[in-house]
Design a binder for this molecule. Structure first.
Ligand SMILES: [Mn+2]
Length: 368
């Protein structure tokens, strides 16, 4: 069964939530939430015009001519009804709801403001915000979803191995980024989980540096943060290597500290622990080495159909880790204008601990 195979159970669980919020139907327009609830493959792209409408008795997907053929194929042999909208998508949805006598609908809190205003005006009944219910369902993955995450992580590992074979001084960050992308996409990645970060030398002190035309120099540290996407599910991994020379004492000292923090974070992961305690396991270790002030971001985040989702893995998170969540563990140390190191793994939360999906090596690699 693919990652969308449990659509019926997801819809049923979601129905209970919005009915408890006093709504007779729910309108979902977030792309990842739509993909999760429908389970449709090969329909959703980031530009899609579509809407999911769920009542106690029906589940519908509204879209336009650009997506209709794919949607009808995906809905075949399911309980989903696909409705073609030739003019305004949301106007059509609102008019259907009004005609059916629905008095209250629930919408996501993440809906764009202009869309919320349009629907509130057009729909004759009441609109309530039903907060984060689909996102909370998404935070615990089923077997098909976990398998997709693992396959995305394996493809990400393969891309790292490929790039290790071509890295050398004189390549530009953009060349490395494109090599990662071409490898992942030609080997089955559905787009990418996100635009890769390839940060060399002094750029590495910026955690989300992006990619520049800078040429990698002898002795540079190189941080690569990237992920494939398989059947809709994202992977996320960061590795930091030294290019063209052996590591300096400072590079090695920072690297070993970050690796120790990564391992401490991984060791703290298991079902039932507070996410903030996992963050603390890594953060306290760096603080003990007087590097705490150089680790500014949170330790990790949930990953799934979207690259940043629940649960939060930070010092202020209220989340408790649950079996089936997929999260990252990604401590970093950043010395402004000099160097940065980040080591990130994708893991699945299990009773006995973290099942590590990222298998790429973590001993310091010096490419000489
Ligand atoms: Mn990440």
């Amino acid at each position: 069964m693919g990652p969308g195979g449990n659509s019926a159970a997801r819809v049923q669980a979601f129905r209970e939530h919005f009915e408890a919020d006093g709504a007779q139907a729910a309108l979902i327009t977030d792309v990842a939430n739509m993909r999760y609830l429908t389970g449709f493959d090969h329909v959703f792209d980031p530009m899609i015009a579509g809407a999911v409408l769920i009542s106690p008795v029906y589940q519908r997907f509204y879209t336009d001519t650009r997506y209709i053929e794919a949607a009808q194929a995906a809905a075949k042999d399911t309980s989903w009804e696909v409705r073609l909208q030739r003019e305004s998508l949301y106007a059509g949805v609102c008019d259907d709801l009004t005609a059916e006598g629905v008095e209250t609908i629930a919408m996501e809190s993440s809906v764009p403001h202009a869309r919320f205003v349009f629907i509130s005006d057009r729909f004759s009944g009441r609109v309530v915000v039903s907060d984060q219910w689909v996102e909370r369902l998404r935070a615990v993955k089923d077997a098909g979803e976990l398998d997709a995450c693992a396959r995305a992580a394996a493809l990400t590992d393969a891309a790292f191995d490929h790039v290790l074979g071509i890295l050398r001084p004189g390549l530009r960050e953009i060349d490395v980024s494109l090599a990662l992308e071409v490898f992942m996409r030609t080997n089955g990645s559905e787009g990418l989980a996100f635009d890769p970060i390839v940060a060399s030398g002094p750029n590495s002190s910026r955690p989300h540096a992006g990619v520049t035309m800078r040429e990698i120099e002898v002795g540079d540290i190189l941080t690569m943060d990237f992920g494939a996407r398989v059947d809709g599910y994202c992977a996320d991994m960061t590795r930091t290597v030294i290019v063209g020379a052996a590591a300096t004492d400072e590079q090695r000292r920072i690297y070993e500290a970050v690796l120790a923090a990564n391992l401490a974070g991984l060791a703290a992961v298991r079902t039932g622990v507070r996410a903030r305690d996992v963050d603390a396991a890594a953060r306290d270790l760096l603080a003990g080495m007087r590097l705490g002030e150089y680790f500014g971001h949170s330790l990790g985040h949930g990953v799934g159909l979207f690259i940043h989702e629940e649960p939060r893995v930070s010092s202020t998170s209220e989340d408790i880790l649950r079996t089936g969540s997929v999260i990252t563990i990604e401590p970093g140390v950043y010395l402004e204008g000099r160097l940065g190191v980040r080591i990130e793994d994708l893991v699945a939360v299990e009773e006995g601990g973290a099942r590590i999906l990222s298998r790429s090596p973590k001993d310091l690699i010096e490419i000489v």
